[in-house]
Design a protein around this ligand. Structure first.
Ligand code: SF4
Ligand code: SF4
Length: 58
């Protein structure tokens, strides 16, 4: 299972980046966030904390 951020829904609040225990979430040039699949351990914390439910498990 891999977690991904839907950029069309992300509002760039960066909450997810602050809660990720692996430091897997970075800010992209558009001011939104992206998950580095090489660092993500699929814990689901970011998805649980996103205020607009923009992070999906695929
Ligand atoms: S918590 Fe959700 S809305 Fe906020 S930056 Fe992360 S993906 Fe975007
Ligand atoms: S699922 Fe967990 S490890 Fe992966 S990006 Fe979200 S908070 Fe970080």
């Amino acid at each position: 299972m891999a977690y991904k951020i839907d950029k069309s829904q992300c509002i760039g609040c960066h909450t997810c980046a602050g809660v990720c225990p692996m430091g897997a979430i970075t800010t992209t040039p558009d001011g939104k966030c992206a998950i580095d699949p090489a660092k993500c351990v699929s814990c689901g914390t970011c998805a649980a904390m996103c205020p607009v439910n923009a992070i999906k498990a695929e």
